[in-house]
Design a protein around this ligand. Structure first.
Ligand SMILES: Cc1cc2nc3c(=O)[nH]c(=O)nc-3n(C[C@H](O)[C@H](O)[C@H](O)COP(=O)(O)O)c2cc1C
Length: 325
């Protein structure tokens, strides 16, 4: 007597985080097959054995059960689309994809995190699945961030070091786990690091924003510049002073055009802005090393998701720039 139903079992098994692989093979008759599988697991180091299981209902069962070799591709974080393609039922999954031929003619995919080529050594009955055990004969490893899978959804894997203190939800008290505080504090610490760079010497934060904004948008009215750089249409006195100072130093050119002051960078201004961008990239690399490159990438991806997912509700800029061009 089971104390759970099929859905509960599925959910419970899905709560175990895994990577995502695509397993490929060529049958003795020459047909190829590929399926997305997260049942992949290590079995033994000596001899080197791995396993994965395939549903008996899979269309590719024939190919896999008659193949002598299979290749396992551990997918990288950017290969979600490839995973979906091989999770569909069908024969034309390889159309338009660059493949090489591996052992036994198994199709090899590129861009994966790790690829194993295996010789089939056992096939076992496992309920509604067949378990394939393979001996690893070859492996290629790239240092790509892997694609993870958890709770029926793709995920990103970051290591949890002893320094990682898990932030929790903020309840009625205003704690240091408040997301806006964390975003602000992270921004503050990034710019504190940037200010130590020689390229930033003699420039304020506002001036950095003005120079970098103009580097990427060529010329702008002073109002639009204030808006873009400060995130507000109001041209504060401090901001005006920052632009005036850049103009006096010959870094920003200001021309009057139809009642508006148009700002652009002089050649020296462009040089200064480019050095700042270079410094900012160097700081990003430094901070990424401090935090761990993988964690930094996960952080950037989640921030990007935050920006994209909240953008329709809170579009940036808040007012169309056309009004204040
Ligand atoms: C993340 C993920 C993991 C999967 N893992 C497995 C697995 O381990 N074994 C399996 O048989 N199917 C697994 N599937 C489902 C197969 O990829 C899917 O049924 C596929 O259509 C089989 O292809 P075929 O019918 O062309 O052989 C998984 C699907 C996804 C999205």
């Amino acid at each position: 007597m089971q104390s759970f139903d099929a859905l509960e079992l599925r959910r419970a098994l899905g709560s175990f985080p895994t990577g995502v692989t695509i397993v490929t093979a060529r049958s003795v008759g020459g047909s190829v097959a590929g399926v997305t599988a997260n049942s992949f697991s290590s079995v033994s180091l000596d001899p080197p054995l791995v396993l994965w299981s395939l549903a008996k209902s899979a269309l590719s069962l024939q190919v896999f059960s008659s193949a002598e070799y299979f290749a396992v591709h551990i997918l990288s974080a950017g290969q979600e689309a490839l995973s979906n393609r091989f999770a569909s039922r069908g024969e034309n999954k390889f159309a338009g994809i660059d493949i090489e031929e591996g052992l036994g003619g198994a199709p090899l995919l590129s861009g994966c995190s790790v690829r194993f080529q295996c010789k089939v050594v056992h096939q076992y009955e496992g309920g509604d699945h067949i378990i394939f055990v393979g001996e690893v004969l070859d492996l290629v490893s790239n240092d790509e961030m892997p694609l993870a899978y958890h709770g029926g959804r793709y995920a990103l894997a970051a290591s949890k070091t002893s320094k990682t203190i898990l932030a929790g939800p903020v309840k009625s008290d205003f704690s240091e786990d408040f997301s806006a505080y964390l975003l602000w504090r992270a921004n503050f610490q990034f710019f504190a690091a940037l200010r130590t760079e020689p390229a930033m010497a003699g420039f304020s934060h506002d001036q950095f924003l003005v120079l970098v904004t103009l580097l990427y948008s060529d010329r702008r009215s002073r109002d639009a510049l204030a808006f873009k750089a400060l995130g507000s249409a109001a041209s504060s006195a401090e901001f005006d002073r920052a632009v005036m100072n850049l103009a006096e130093r010959g870094l920003v050119d200001q021309r009057r055009h139809n009642e508006r002051i148009i700002c652009s960078l002089s050649i020296r201004g462009k040089d200064a802005a480019r050095s700042m961008v270079k410094a900012a990239v160097a700081v990003e690399e430094r901070l990424s090393k401090m935090m761990g490159p993988r964690e930094f990438l996960v952080l950037k991806n989640l921030l990007k998701a935050f920006v994209i997912e909240t953008a329709t509700e809170f579009p940036y800029p808040l007012h169309p720039t056309s009004e204040i061009r």
